[in-house]
Design a protein around this ligand. Structure first.
Ligand code: BES
Ligand code: ZN
Length: 557
């Protein structure tokens, strides 16, 4: 039996799409993608193919008896029902996207690093692929694809796929949320034999410096969990409005420019997105309720990469920071959101995206590792990635598999289905952080970003003027440190940092930075006035996903 995906109209149990041929024009003048997709299908039962769409204009369907676009549902979009001709194994849908497509961001030249050319990128996870391609938009359905993408002269299109000019192909089957496209003024720089980085020309040097360890990271995961199965691993640096830190599009991770700190201190994000090449892209959550299988495993693998490359002290600091942030966030969550297997009935899967699947998930794996020993656990994980490779699996599939391979390591039902952190959880510990906590620091010359973050988060209550006087946080050029500092400044009403709040919120679109700052501002009447004024200016530059989040905090404008 197929698991039911409540976030898709499609019925892959009846007719299953196997391969896509995209043929699209990128029209910056009208902010639309326009063209066709040919869908090749396996017919299991009946003659009706149901696709997911959101805001698409359907112009024609070739090689079909009839088609009908249903009513739009606020979360799921509209089902496109196509009656296939008897024996037909393909249909072609001619369509165009809406300028407001939730999975696309169209940027004007001023919103880019180079300021001269427009930029477009997609963000399909969780259920936004349907806003730019009519398809079966469920992570349980995998397709191979090829694409022909036309962009205006002087721009370059890239996809998470094998690329040659305007032609793209993906030979490994992928779920729809991993289909990705970007177009802009992009330059490429190799990092290693099978890795490289794309960025706008003004950022390419900084990007190549920051990501120099990428090839070593690939080797580190391969040594632990088996061969990298996607050929190349490249990175694409996006404009600052990208609403996430990173997105693990196969063969081409999309990344925020806010990790270009100049000192490689924020490359855990590269480790994270690379780790998804095993946990997530190879073994995929079958439904969005199983999201922790993607993210929890990925955070665990990410820290193993950091440990191999930079040593246990670095990995321990990241683990403690993660555990602390988890506790802070979980305190404000309803009980049903503190479990790993989420009930998303009636909700947008984007709403289930808290630190719980990430950090509680990773903590579960770390606890199992401690219980059975690292050697056995690594062998288990390696076999798990092989066993389920190129498949979507549910939490129940995982449970059945681990109960067979590693009986009774920890109380799994409690971890997965009950709120909070079980008492027997592994406790991360960092000696470096213990020193940070031991009093006002005298020598900080060797501190990393992690120590600074931990230092700031440990101040209770913070002496803001003294902190700023001695360490100049208001002038920090590190996005994570500046964000932490500005959030504390708003919370404490520390006026000298306020002039930086507006410019920060107008210069980045990363939801993780926006959400806490706007939330904190909204807690006082003066803050509300400030938040509304900033947001009125900043909103047009944010991605639709970030706009939806901040609309919910500040109120729509
Ligand atoms: N796949 C996620 C991003 C995502 C999650 C997009 C859910 C849409 C819906 C990606 O791998 C991720 O987790 N990114 C993190 C960074 C990471 C280092 C924790 C982010 O964007 O902050
Ligand atoms: Zn992730």
């Amino acid at each position: 039996m197929e698991p039911m995906d409540i976030h898709s109209w499609s019925r892959p149990d009846l007719i299953r799409v196997r391969h896509l041929e995209l043929n699209l024009d990128v029209r910056f003048d009208r902010r639309v993608l326009e063209g066709s997709v040919t869908l090749h299908v396996d017919r299991l039962s009946g003659g009706e193919l149901v696709l997911d769409t959101r805001g698409l204009r359907i112009h024609a369907v070739e090689n079909a008896a009839a088609f009908e676009l249903g009513a739009a549902h606020p979360v799921l979009g509209a089902p496109l029902k196509i009656q296939l001709l008897p024996e037909a194994s393909w249909v072609r849908v001619h369509y165009s996207t809406s300028p407001e497509a939730s999975g696309l961001q169209w940027l004007d030249p001023p919103q880019t690093a180079g300021k001269l050319h427009p930029f477009l990128y997609t963000q399909s996870q969780a259920i936004h692929a349907r806003s730019w391609v009519p398809l079966q938009d469920s992570p349980a359905v995998r397709v191979t694809f090829q694409a022909e993408i036309r962009v205006p002269a002087g721009l370059r299109a890239v996809m998470g796929a094998e690329m040659s000019g305007s032609h793209f192909r993906m030979e490994q089957p992928v779920p729809s949320y991993l289909i990705a496209l970007a177009a802009g003024d992009l330059e490429f720089r190799p990092l290693g034999p099978r890795s490289g980085v794309y960025a706008e020309p003004p950022l390419i040097d900084a990007a190549a410096y920051e990501f120099a360890d990428t090839e070593a990271m690939i080797g580190a995961v391969e040594a632990m969990y088996g061969p990298y199965r996607w050929g190349r691993y490249d990175l694409l640096v996006l404009p600052p409005s990208f609403p996430f830190g990173g997105m693990e599009n196969p063969r081409l991770t999309f990344a925020t420019p806010t990790i270009l700190a100049g000192d490689r201190s924020l490359v855990s994000l590269v480790a994270h997105e690379l780790a998804h090449s095993w946990s997530g892209n190879l073994v995929t959550n079958a439904t969005w309720s199983d999201f922790w299988l993607n993210e929890g495993f990925t955070v665990y693998v990410e820290r193993r990469i950091l440990e191999r490359l930079y040593g246990p002290a670095r990995a321990a600091m990241e683990a403690v920071l993660g555990r602390r942030q988890l506790d802070a966030e979980m305190a404000g969550l309803r009980e049903p959101d503190r479990v790993l297997h989420l009930d998303l009935t009636g909700r947008d899967p984007d709403d289930g995206c808290t630190l719980v699947p990430y950090e509680k998930g990773a903590l579960l794996l770390r606890t199992i590792e401690q219980a059975v020993g690292r050697e056995r656990f690594d062998a288990f994980l390696r076999a798990y990635f092989d066993h389920f490779a190129f498949r979507g699996i549910t939490t129940a599939d995982f449970l059945e598999y681990i109960r067979r391979e590693l009986p009774n390591p920890v109380p799994l039902d409690e971890w997965i289905f009950r709120p909070g952190i079980p008492a027997s959880a592994a406790e991360p510990h960092s000696g470096a952080f213990a020193r940070v906590e031991s009093g006002w620091p005298t020598d900080t010359s060797a501190w990393s970003t992690h120590e600074w973050l931990h230092f700031l988060r440990s101040q209770d209550p913070p002496d803001m003027p003294r902190l700023d006087r001695e360490f100049h946080f208001t002038d920090s050029g590190n996005s994570e440190i500046l964000h932490q500092w500005l959030w504390m400044a708003v919370k404490a009403g520390y006026q000298p940092a306020y002039p930086k709040v507006g410019p920060f919120l107008k210069s980045v679109g990363r939801r993780k930075f926006l959400k806490p700052l706007y939330t904190e501002l909204m807690k006082t009447p003066r803050g509300q006035t400030r938040a509304r004024a900033i947001y009125a200016e900043a909103r047009p530059g944010y991605h639709p996903i970030a706009q939806a989040t901040i609309d919910g905090i500040v109120g729509g404008v």
